[in-house]
Design a protein around this ligand. Structure first.
Ligand SMILES: [Zn+2]
Ligand SMILES: [Zn+2]
Length: 280
């Protein structure tokens, strides 16, 4: 059985809108060109973009909210990345709470734990995750979780704190199938990045096949993790179309139906109005 995903979708006249549920438009590599990238995404069919601040200082969150406020189909997620958890304290969370008053802020995050890089101490990452879960709960917003080599402990903390009533997503999922089962049981959506297009990602593709339609999301995580066949170039939201095509192929799904499902999953989680399917 051929396990490798097909390359780019060849259906150039696609009319079903796609969504990039996680990218970083305020990243220094993307921000100057954000408006161009948003237009380029639209041209590729990626009509909704969820942009995450979180990396670095709160200025990244401010910039992310500003970009979202200036573009109809761009939404913002704000928080403190696990890499920066050492700088997550009460004043920072209060500032995030203030910023979350913008109607374009649709979730809190990305929070979580990264025990691969360990750029912040494990203890700070745990504490930061707890603070984010509580803030999401308070604000009735979903939470976006980054989890690398920390699936068991993250699931444990969520179990202790409770998943926010508005739900959440495990972004750029890279865990095992049992990890996915655990997060599904907790009520999360599972989001896959361009990693599913990488040659050596057979196990992850296997896991992506078993995620129920109603819990599936796709993302770029731009500027990171450029999907094949564009690996080596900086990633951008337009390339969500490549990851989407790979996902439809590996699930043997009808692209139009799957696109509609993923858009409605994202719209339900982040509570935005999905764009009409037939608009060009
Ligand atoms: Zn992440
Ligand atoms: Zn990210």
């Amino acid at each position: 059985m051929n396990d490798s995903p097909r390359a780019a979708d060849t259906n150039a006249n696609r009319t079903f809108p796609l969504v990039d549920t996680h990218c970083h438009l305020a990243d220094p590599r993307l921000m100057a060109d954000a408006s161009t990238l948003i237009v380029r995404a639209e041209t590729a069919g990626v009509r909704v973009i969820v942009s995450v601040g979180a990396i670095g200082s709160i200025q990244t969150d401010r910039d992310t909210v500003a970009i979202a406020e200036n573009h109809d189909n761009v939404y913002a997620v704000i928080g403190v990345h696990p890499h920066n958890a050492d700088s997550c304290d009460e004043p920072r969370m209060a500032a995030i709470g203030q910023l979350a008053r913008s109607r374009k802020v649709v979730a809190i995050g990305e929070t979580g734990m990264d025990l691969h890089y360990r750029n912040s101490t494990r203890q700070a990452q745990e504490e930061s995750l707890r603070r984010h879960l509580r803030l999401a709960h308070e604000l009735s917003l979903p939470v976006v979780i980054h989890c690398r080599e920390a699936e068991t402990i993250v699931a444990q903390i969520v179990r202790e704190e409770g998943i926010p009533p508005a739900g959440g997503a495990i972004h750029c999922f890279t865990g095992s199938s049992p990890d996915a089962e655990r997060f599904l049981a907790l009520g999360f959506m599972i989001s896959f990045s361009g990693i599913i297009t990488f040659k050596n990602a057979q196990a992850l593709r296997q896991t992506a096949r078993m995620i129920p339609d109603g819990r599936l999301l796709i993302e770029t995580d731009a500027p990171y993790l450029t999907p094949e066949p564009n690996r080596g170039r900086p990633n951008e939201p337009a390339y969500a179309a490549l990851t989407f095509a790979a996902m439809a192929a590996l699930r043997g799904a009808d692209p139009a139906a799957l696109a509609e499902r993923i858009m409605s999953n994202a719209a339900a989680l982040f509570r935005f109005k999905p764009p009409p399917a037939s608009a060009a």
